[in-house]
Design a protein around this ligand. Structure first.
Ligand code: SAH
Ligand code: SF4
Length: 353
C-alpha cells in the first residue's frame, strides 16, 4: 500500500481556496459562491451539501450530480478520562482509525492533539504509535476534520484554543499534508486559528525543520529525549541520520515566531536518560540555544512491551532543578488521560482483548 493517500477530487473537505474558486467557475456560478461554499465546509462544519441553505438549489443539485460531497471522518469510540481529557477514535474513509485528544486547559479551553499519519515509520522505542509502523499519511482534509469533528462534540461554551501536532505520526514526514492542513486551519474565513496557537512536534527530520519555518509561522517542539548520541541512537533510530548536533543547529536557525520559546521535549525513561549526568550533559548540549528554548520533561507513559520504567517524582524534580540551576526554563508535562491511554505516546488502536 502506498503511504500517499488518495485524495478524492470530489471531496469538498480536501479543497483549498483555489480549488473552491475553480469549482465555482466550472459550475458557472459567481465568484462569491466560492466563499460561501468554503464557509459552509470549514466555518460551519456542514456535513452535507443539502444543508447549505443559502446556496441556490440548482448549485446544490449540480454539485451532487457531479459527485461532490462533504467527505467526513467519522467518530468511532469516544472515551472520557476522570481528569476531563477526551479521546476520540476517528474512522477514515478507508476504514483506518486514528486518534485525537482534547486536553482541558482550564477556563473552558481545550488544546487538541491531532494525528498526521496512520501509525508512524520512525520506530521510537518508547512510543506505542511507533510499534504500529506506518500505514499512510493523512490528507489535509482528514487532519482538519479532526478539529471540525471535535468542535461539534464540545458544548458551545467550550473553546478549542490550541492545536498541537502531537498525535499519531511524524508531522514532518507528511510535510505537504501537514503544511496544507495548517493553511486551512489558519484561514481567517475558515477555522481562523492563529499560527501562534499551533505547535508542530517533530522527532527531528532536520531538513524539513527549516522548510517548515519558511512555509508557515507555527511553533515548533522537538523531541530530543536524550543527552548523548549513544542513547538517542538506541531509542530513536532517526538519530543515526540526524544526530543531536545537526538538530541543535536546526533549532538555532529556526525563527521564533511568537514571544514564546521553542519546546524541547524530553521523555524521561527511568535508568536510561534520567540521571544527574544526563541533566548536566543536556544543559551543555543546549547551551548555545538556551535563550530560545524551554525544556518540557515528560515522564514516560507506560504501555506493555518495551520494558521501560516511569521515573519517580523525586527523580523528575532532581533532573528539573539541575537544568534550572543552569538557567533553563523547565516545565514538567502534567500527565493527562493516562487512564484511557490518551497520554503522549499511547495513541493507536489496541488489539481487541
Ligand atoms: N512524532 C512527533 C509527534 C508525536 S509524539 C514527535 O515524535 O515529536 C509526541 C510526543 O510524545 C513526543 O515528544 C514524544 O517523544 C512523546 N512520547 C512518545 N511516546 C511517549 C510515551 N510513551 N510517554 C511519554 N511521551 C512519549
Ligand atoms: Fe513516531 Fe513521534 Fe512516536 Fe517517534 S515519538 S514513533 S516519531 S509518533
Amino acid at each position: 500500500m502506498s503511504i500517499r493517500p488518495v485524495i478524492p477530487r470530489t471531496n469538498l473537505t480536501e479543497l483549498n481556496r483555489q480549488g473552491f474558486a475553480a469549482l465555482v467557475a466550472e459550475l458557472g456560478e459567481p465568484a462569491y459562491r466560492a466563499d460561501q461554499l468554503h464557509g459552509w465546509v470549514f466555518k460551519r462544519g456542514a456535513r452535507s451539501i443539502d444543508e447549505m441553505s443559502n446556496l441556490p438549489k440548482r448549485m446544490r443539485a449540480a454539485l451532487t450530480e457531479r459527485g461532490y460531497s462533504v467527505g467526513r471522518v467519522e467518530l468511532g469510540q469516544l472515551r472520557e478520562s476522570i481528569d476531563g481529557t477526551r479521546k476520540l477514535a476517528v474512522r477514515l474513509d478507508d476504514g483506518a482509525v486514528v486518534e485525537t485528544v482534547l486536553i482541558p486547559m482550564g477556563q473552558g479551553r481545550f488544546s487538541q492533539c491531532v494525528s498526521s499519519q496512520v501509525g508512524c515509520a520512525l520506530d521510537c522505542k518508547f512510543c506505542y504509535t511507533g510499534t504500529l509502523g506506518l500505514s499512510r499519511h493523512l490528507t489535509p482534509g482528514e487532519i482538519v476534520d479532526q478539529v471540525l469533528l471535535a468542535r461539534q462534540l464540545v458544548p458551545d461554551d467550550v473553546r478549542i484554543s490550541h492545536i498541537v501536532y502531537m498525535g499519531m505520526g511524524e508531522p514532518l514526514h507528511n510535510f505537504d499534508g501537514v503544511v496544507e492542513s495548517i493553511r486551512m486551519l489558519t484561514d481567517p474565513e475558515g477555522l481562523g486559528f492563529s499560527p501562534r496557537k499551533i505547535t508542530v512536534s517533530t522527532s527531528g527530520l532536520v531538513p524539513k525543520i527549516a522548510a517548515l519555518g519558511e512555509a508557515v509561522p507555527v511553533n515548533l517542539a522537538i523531541s530530543l529525549n536524550a543527552s548523548s548520541d549513544a542513547v538517542r541512537d538506541r531509542i530513536m533510530p532517526i538519530n543515526k541520520r540526524y544526530p543531536i548536533e545537526t538538530l541543535v543547529e536546526a533549532i538555532d536557525a529556526y525563527p521564533i515566531h511568537s514571544r514564546g520559546k521553542m519546546t524541547m521535549e524530553y521523555v524521561l525513561l527511568g535508568g536510561v536518560n534520567d540521571s544527574d549526568d544526563d541533566a548536566h550533559r543536556l544543559a551543555r548540549v543546549l547551551a548555545r540555544v538556551r535563550h530560545k528554548v524551554r525544556v518540557n520533561l515528560i515522564p514516560w507513559n507506560p504501555f506493555q512491551g518495551p520494558g521501560y520504567d516511569r521515573p519517580a517524582d523525586g527523580r523528575v524534580r532532581a533532573f528539573q532543578s539541575i537544568l534550572e540551576r543552569r538557567r533553563f526554563t523547565v516545565t514538567v508535562r502534567t500527565t493527562k488521560g493516562l487512564d484511557i491511554d490518551a497520554a503522549c505516546g499511547q495513541l493507536g488502536e489496541r488489539p481487541a482483548s
